[in-house]
Every structure is written in C-alpha cells, then in structure tokens.
Design a protein around this ligand. Sequence first.
Ligand SMILES: NC(=O)c1ccc[n+]([C@@H]2O[C@H](COP(=O)([O-])OP(=O)(O)OC[C@H]3O[C@@H](n4cnc5c(N)ncnc54)[C@H](OP(=O)(O)O)[C@@H]3O)[C@@H](O)[C@H]2O)c1
Length: 345
Amino acid sequence: MIPKSVLRDGFEISQIIKGGWHLAGGHGAIDATAAQRDMAAFVEAGITTFDCANIYTGVEQLIGDFRRNYPEHAKRLQIFTKFVPDLGDLPNVDRHYVGSVIDRSLTRLGVEQLDAVQFHWWDYSVPGYVETALELERLRRTGKIGRVSVTNFDTPRLKQIVDAGVPVASHQLQYSLIDTRPELHMVDYCHARDIALLCYGTVAGGFLSERWLGHPEPSCEALANRSLVKYKLILDDFGGWESFQRLLAVLQQIATRHESDIASVATRAILDRRGVTAAIVGATNTAHLPAHTKIATLVLTDEDQTLLTDGWREKAGLLGDVYTLERDRAGRHGRIMKYELTKTG
Ligand SMILES: NC(=O)c1ccc[n+]([C@@H]2O[C@H](COP(=O)([O-])OP(=O)(O)OC[C@H]3O[C@@H](n4cnc5c(N)ncnc54)[C@H](OP(=O)(O)O)[C@@H]3O)[C@@H](O)[C@H]2O)c1
C-alpha cells in the first residue's frame, strides 16, 4: 500500500500521485469506462491523489464521472487540479475570469470544494500573477478552494506570491535524476516554508526504464508522443545520450541489487530527496501499477544514493531555476509547448 504524506495543514495525500495529463488524448485514445476502472485500481492500491488541470482535455470531467460511478472510491480521493489561464488571456485575467474557471472545475469534478488548485502563469512580463494568486486565496477563504498551490514557478516569483500573503501549500515541478534544477534554489526555499514539492518527470516519460538501456539514440521525430520529445530535449541538455546511458547502467545495477526496476529506483531516489512530498506518475492504463506499489517498500542505501549523484555525469546538467528553459517560447523547450488550452480543456 502506498504511504500517505501530510501537507502543512494536516491534509493527507498519497506519496505517489496519479497523473492526469496522460488521459488528455496526447498519449493515445482514451476509453472512458476503462479509464475509470483503472482509477479504481489505483485508489485500491493506495494511490488516492489524482492530478489534473483545467487545460487537460476532458480529464476533470472523467474524474468527475469516476466520482459519480465509484462513490465508495470517491470518498478516499484527493484531487489536485490546476488553474492555467491561456497565454493570450493573461492581460484579461480578473476576478470574473478566475471565478468562471474555478466554477467550471467544481462542476466538472462534481465537488463543492477543490482540494487544491495549482496555479501557473506563462509569462512573468505580463503583470498580474501576484494579484491572481491573491484572488485564488480569496476563493480559498470563501471555501471553494481547499488549498492554493502553484506549478512551474521560479523561486523569486514564488517568493513574491508568498510574501504577498498567499499560504502556498505545494509546488508541482519537474524534478528527476536528469533534471535537478530545483536543487539550485527551490528545494531550500520550499523546505524553509513547508511548501510540499510534488514532482513530475521522475521517470522522464518512460526514458528512465529498461526499455531505453542500450538503445541507440532516437530522433525526436521517431518518438511516440510529445511527452517523450519534451524529455528527450531535457536529456540533451542534461548531458546527452552517452551520459544518459551511463546513468541507466547505474540504475540497473542498483535495481538488480534490490530486485527492483530502473523506473522504481529513479522515482524512489527523488522521493528520498529533501523536501519531496510526492511523485506524480503518468499512466494511461494499469500496466505499471504493480511497479508503482513496490516503490513504497524500496529502501535505497547511502551507497546507492552516492552512485546516483556521482560518477556517471560529465557535464553540469541543466542550468537555471525551475521552468526557466521552458519559459523561453523561442527556445527548443518552449517551442513545443501549447499555451492556449483553456477553451478546449
Ligand atoms: N505541471 C506540469 O507542467 C506537468 C508537466 C508534466 C506532467 N505533469 C503531471 O505529471 C503526470 C506525469 O507526467 P510525467 O511527464 O511525469 O510522466 P512520467 O511519469 O515521467 O511518464 C509516464 C510514462 O512513463 C512510462 N512509465 C511509467 N512508469 C513506468 C515504469 N514503472 N516502468 C517503465 N515505464 C514506466 C509509461 O510509458 P508507457 O505507457 O509507454 O509504458 C508512462 O506513460 C502527468 O500526467 C501530469 O498529471 C505536469
């Protein structure tokens, strides 16, 4: 059974969170009945926290349908959705805009309160992110939102939001063995303020698995989905394919010693890092659920951790604060992002 983690206000979530983006259509067509059956299996395994977003096409509605069709499972569920205004809408985000998106999430999910709303702002040069976070905080005080959280903020902007008086509960960000940018500033900042880190990318879309060990370097065009393209770009900046293969070899060595697998070791290694509260795993079905559940009992030694931080890397890895590379819309990372999804989501 997956253990619980406790947020600052005592709210319990599962240490492994089920990702919702993988049900938004970009990772293959979704059968709504099968997807809800899978959700029930995740809840039964103790993965009771689901991540979703106003911009993940159809996913809030799917989770809402799951709640209605599986009422006993629904009682154990925590739902972390997001509020991500479209890039083009940023100048027009006001009380009415925020309120209508939040009301739509409440309706789709069929709840009276959103357990957490994770806020993102695409472009810091457009004013309004502090005011918008304060508006979410106002909605928290009315009871529509349980907790105000953020996703993909850098440290100075998160600090601005916190300093303005928003009690940020958690930060959803990319943190993995190939992307340790949070360790530059964010881990220390969030640790000092008891802001939980909810990490995606711990298996890099599946790259951190046996499937890619010894595999020749793929071109981006040959990859099956945008998620893999995104992580391939991260891999390139992390140090390239040869460094990555060295990391996979180290992971396999550790996995063999623990009768585990590469993906589980990679996720456990991040869960064990300072300030990390939960890992978000992407799933289109239940194929990897048995592996996810074993992460709970996997205990890495100090020697394992040392092997995972040293010895296989030649370059400095990814540079900069959280999500800074991705925010450059003209850069390789930013060019593959989609910025206008609220209306379709
Ligand atoms: N805030 C944001 O900007 C943001 C960004 C990305 C993701 N997220 C959230 O985080 C969730 C997870 O996304 P992610 O990018 O972090 O995906 P991920 O978990 O890194 O990748 C998921 C994929 O990895 C493979 N996989 C998972 N477990 C495995 C295992 N034990 N062994 C081998 N392969 C395994 C599966 O691929 P196969 O099915 O092909 O085997 C699965 O579809 C998303 O659904 C979303 O909710 C948020």
